[in-house]
Design a protein around this ligand. Structure first.
Ligand SMILES: NC(=O)C1=CN([C@@H]2O[C@H](COP(=O)(O)OP(=O)(O)OC[C@H]3O[C@@H](n4cnc5c(N)ncnc54)[C@H](O)[C@@H]3O)[C@@H](O)[C@H]2O)C=CC1
Ligand SMILES: O=C(CO)COP(=O)(O)O
Length: 353
């Protein structure tokens, strides 16, 4: 019998930049932890040629250049084969396509499996967070659904540059178990039970990064961008708190940490998309130029609708949506991004203002 035969299998669905990188984190964590380590890490790639490349050459050149992946990682283009028998199923697909795949996941899901979302988007039409979509489609209880979010630019992590992150689950013991599975030399997960706050932080920072990118494209300086980041955090906090999230989550790694990383980094797809918009490309031209997922483009409208439902003011999100829908010329964004009636700085951090 192989020494790994009794060990857990982890499935990672989505072999894009983050799914592949996170599989590497899990494998590197396993290499440093002989006891509780998984015996198999199986990536599901939609395209068979990507799955073949990962299994045979241990690379995923479409997303991670020539980086060599640990041999513990294998890949398949058969979703049910990836999910079947896995004790942990990690989801790293674009937000708007997740629901389409969940019926097949449900068919193959092992009883008691924990489902972990890495996704930073809000579903259009329903305004549901990914943990809510997962609960509805898989019929899994909240204490078996976790989310992971933080300042986690995939390419930096793939190069093993150290970072921290947050694993949130309503059940603290489940969050700790998932944190244990992904705790690697260069990846430090903290735990939290505030799933709503962690998810909202990850979703809205993409919209704020679009705004910062627009400022960049308009050649505005660091004062403007720092102002947008800071007021962006304030409006994200208002929404999170209105939905039941905790204030302190937003000043942590999943909130401030991820916002700063995304808005500052040339690696961010959302900031890059915003920059193109700021340079005057149309939303359609911008979408054509993006080869990877920039969730903020699709989530922004849904975030604004959710905010309206809860009477939360989100002026930066509103300005981003106005540019994306062609209602605002990007040259006018600078004044609108920070346009609100005069008030004290601390006012407006919670939804009842
Ligand atoms: N790349 C990063 O640095 C990070 C990304 N995330 C989040 O992870 C999620 C996934 O993003 P990435 O891996 O970066 O995106 P990506 O664009 O690099 O890869 C997306 C993957 O999903 C697949 N895909 C696209 N449409 C699909 C569909 N309709 N059905 C099934 N598969 C489909 C693609 O083939 C690809 O394998 C997003 O929500 C993103 O916000 C979170 C943290 C870091
Ligand atoms: O979520 C991320 C960093 O934490 C990645 O940001 P982008 O999707 O903008 O590249």
């Amino acid at each position: 019998m192989s020494s790994t035969a009794h060990k857990e299998k982890i499935a990672v669905l989505g072999a894009g930049s983050w799914g592949t990188t996170f599989a590497k984190v899990l494998a590197d964590a396993a290499a440093g932890d002989a006891e509780g380590a998984p015996g198999q890490i199986v990536l599901w790639a939609r395209r068979p040629e990507v799955a073949d490349e990962i299994s045979q050459r241990h690379t995923n050149t479409t997303y991670l250049d020539q980086l060599t992946l640990p041999e513990l990682i294998t890949a398949t283009d058969q979703l049910s084969a990836a999910v079947s028998g896995a004790g942990v199923v990690v989801l790293a697909l674009p937000a708007q396509s997740l629901r389409d795949h969940l019926p097949e996941v449900r068919q193959a899901l092992a009883p008691g499996a924990v489902v972990v979302s890495l996704i930073k988007g809000l579903e259009r039409g329903t305004h549901l967070r990914m943990s809510e979509v997962i609960a509805a489609e898989l019929g899994v209880a909240d204490d078996h659904i976790a989310v992971l979010s933080g300042p986690n630019l995939a390419m930096e992590i793939a190069r093993e540059e150290p970072t921290a992150s947050v694993v949130a689950c309503r059940d603290a013991a489940v969050a700790e178990r998932i944190a244990g599975l992904c705790s690697a030399r260069y990846f430090r997960p903290y735990t939290n039970t505030d799933v709503t706050g962690v998810e909202i932080a990850g979703i809205v920072k993409n919209v704020i990064a679009l705004a910062v990118g627009m400022c960049d494209g308009q050649q505005l300086g660091d004062n403007s961008k720092a102002s947008v980041i800071t007021r962006g955090l304030a409006e994200t906090t208002r929404l999170a708190v209105a939905l039941g999230g905790r204030l302190e989550t937003l000043s942590g790694l999943a909130g401030l940490g991820d916002l700063v990383a995304t808005c500052a980094s040339p690696l961010s797809r959302n900031r890059s998309a915003g920059r193109l918009l700021g340079q005057g490309y149309s939303p359609e031209e911008t979408a054509q130029q993006m080869t990877q997922t920039a969730e903020g483009i699709k989530s922004a409208g849904a975030v604004l609708e959710l905010a309206h439902q809860h009477q939360v003011e989100m002026p930066i999100t509103e300005a981003v949506v106005a540019v994306l829908t062609g209602k605002l010329a990007v040259e006018n964004i600078a004044t609108l991004l920070l346009a609100r009636e005069l008030k004290a700085e601390r006012e407006g951090l919670t939804h009842d203002r």
